[in-house]
Design a protein around this ligand. Structure first.
Ligand code: B12
Length: 452
């Protein structure tokens, strides 16, 4: 349909809003949907990159710098690996940009923009500027408007960067700020971009009360525990919720415990799906493969479970040790990271040695789970014929995933080749990883962890 299923990067829209309009014009380019104009005469080029986009981000940075344009980088990967990013940019923002952008712009004008910019404290999230939605080429995206109502997450899952970027304590934007943004964003269908929108049930409730009657349709990512509360679900449905995405991750409690996802109880998943659907809300289940307890049966069993439990859509990702996460340190200490080519860190490639399966079994099993869950009989069985759930959204998600565009089915050489270890080490932006796993030195072809 010529549209990207994912949205434009929320980080860039947020940063654009911090740049005074009276002084600068901002041009937004999303290379997922359009080419970059390298001839642009710009005072500054800002690049945002999650890990899988970092290498391309560095190439873009190098091109602009060779043309004499100053470059600044930010986002999750440069925040964890600022010294690496600085080799391709003049400056890097580590973590949140809100409190440091005035200094960045001041230094830009003084011609002294250089090095790492990091705020001394986290933003209170009160009075944040409304992201520059006017810059988005809306016709090119399925989900166009991503609104953040909180930052941080209570759960310390070992594979996730959220708590290391934004903290274990959830910070909330005032309800009136969020409502103002929803009113101003120009869309009636929005995605709430929080790591866990139900992380603080009372606050989520207050927001949903305000949303009621505004004619807004919304979806959000939430945790499985709070999502089982009927009163909250009813309020969600009444306030326009049409889909909840939940990181179920695995159908094995042992696996979930091993990655600190204590909130999830597989024995409740099926009832939970039904309960949410009874409120007319679609359930998008997020699962991962490649955990240490996963054996060759996990793929078939998970897909079968998902069909029987009647999930509306599922995404299966390959476990990926993102630099700076606890999982990364665990895998490094076990010498199991094989590839450091960041463009392979997209949750479709396999960049490490799985424990109880081979990389080939992981790749084939990953694809098999997709093929089974999105097979024709499964689609026919799961289609919400007699339900108030959105058939249109159900069809869009099932169409895209069946087609394989967002599932990595087209990836060639999904088992990533081994590469040299990088020279630069990650440093989590706000939450320190325990010191005993943090002191790393490069030794031959591997990192060595110094335990003090
Ligand atoms: C919401 C979300 C999504 C949403 C939408 C993202 C979007 N529209 O931008 C959806 C569901 C689509 C999504 C998809 C994916 N996501 Co996601 N997502 C998030 C989440 C929870 C919040 C991101 C967000 O919008 N934050 C709000 C903005 C305002 O914050 P921000 O991006 O951090 O930007 C601030 C600063 O970083 C900085 N900044 C950012 N860019 C720049 C640029 C410049 C120049 C400057 C100066 C500053 C700056 O300023 C901003 C304001 O303070 C994060 C967790 C996290 N803490 O980042 C994961 C996260 C970014 N996602 C992640 C992943 C892996 C994915 C997927 C690959 C998952 C998958 N298997 O499909 C896909 C990839 C999507 C793609 N585009 O390719 C990982 C990335 C890990 C990594 N190291 O790369 C994260 C960190 C979660 C995790 N597992 O740890 N995601």
């Amino acid at each position: 349909m010529g549209r990207a299923l994912y949205s434009p990067l929320a980080g860039l829209l947020a940063v654009a809003a911090m740049i005074p309009r009276v002084r600068y014009e901002v041009v937004l380019t999303d290379e997922n949907i359009e080419p970059i104009d390298f001839d642009l005469k710009a005072d500054l080029v800002g690049i945002s990159a999650m890990t899988s986009y970092a290498i391309r981000g560095y190439e873009i940075g190098d091109i602009f710098r060779n043309r004499g344009v100053p470059v600044i980088m930010g986002g999750v990967h440069p925040s964890f690996m600022p010294s690496e990013a600085l080799a391709h940019s003049d400056a890097v923002v580590v973590g949140e940009a809100e409190l440091v952008m005035p200094e960045v712009l001041k230094d830009l004008e003084a011609g002294t923009l250089r090095g790492i910019y990091k705020a001394e404290k986290l933003h209170s999230m009160i009075g944040m500027p409304v992201p520059r939605y006017d810059l988005v080429k809306k016709k090119r995206y399925v989900n166009r408007t991503f609104i953040q109502t909180s930052r941080g997450c209570h759960h310390g899952c070992t594979y996730c960067a959220e708590q290391l970027m934004n903290g274990l304590k959830i910070r909330h934007r005032p309800v009136e700020d969020v409502i103002r943004e929803i009113d101003q964003c120009g869309e009636r269908n929005v995605s709430l971009n929080d790591a866990d929108f139900f992380g603080h049930p009372g606050r989520a409730k207050a927001l949903r009360k305000e949303l009621r009657g505004r004619g807004v349709k919304w979806q959000a990512g939430v945790n499985s525990r709070v999502a089982s509360n009927d009163a909250l679900l009813q309020l969600a449905a009444e306030s326009g919720c049409y889909m909840l995405s939940i990181g179920f991750e695995s159908i094995s409690r042992e696996t979930l415990k091993s990655v600190h996802k204590h909130v999830n109880r597989p024995e409740t998943f099926q009832t939970l799906v039904k309960k949410i659907q009874n409120h007319g809300i679609l359930v998008f289940g997020l699962f991962m493969f490649g955990f240490d307890q996963d054996d060759p049966s996990v793929f078939e069993e998970t897909a079968k479970f998902n069909i029987e439990a009647n999930y509306d859509a599922c995404a299966y990702s390959v476990l990926t040790p993102y630099p700076g996460t606890l999982l990364w340190y665990e895998m490094l200490s076990q010498k199991r990271v094989v590839c450091y080519g960041w463009n392979k860190y997209d949750q479709g490639h396999i960049v490490y040695k799985p424990a109880r399966i081979t990389p080939r079994q992981l790749r084939d099993g990953h694809m098999m789970a997709y093929n089974k869950f999105y097979s024709f009989p499964s689609i026919v069985r799961r289609f919400p014929v007699n339900s108030s759930r959105s058939k249109a959204y159900w069809s869009v998600y099932n169409y895209f995933f069946r087609k394989g565009e967002v599932t990595g089915r087209a990836i060639e050489n999904a088992i990533a080749d081994s590469t040299e270890v990088p020279q630069h080490l990650p440093t989590p932006p706000i939450m320190p990883i325990k010191k005993d796993t943090r002191e790393l030195i490069l030794s031959g072809n591997h990192y060595q962890i110094i335990i003090k």
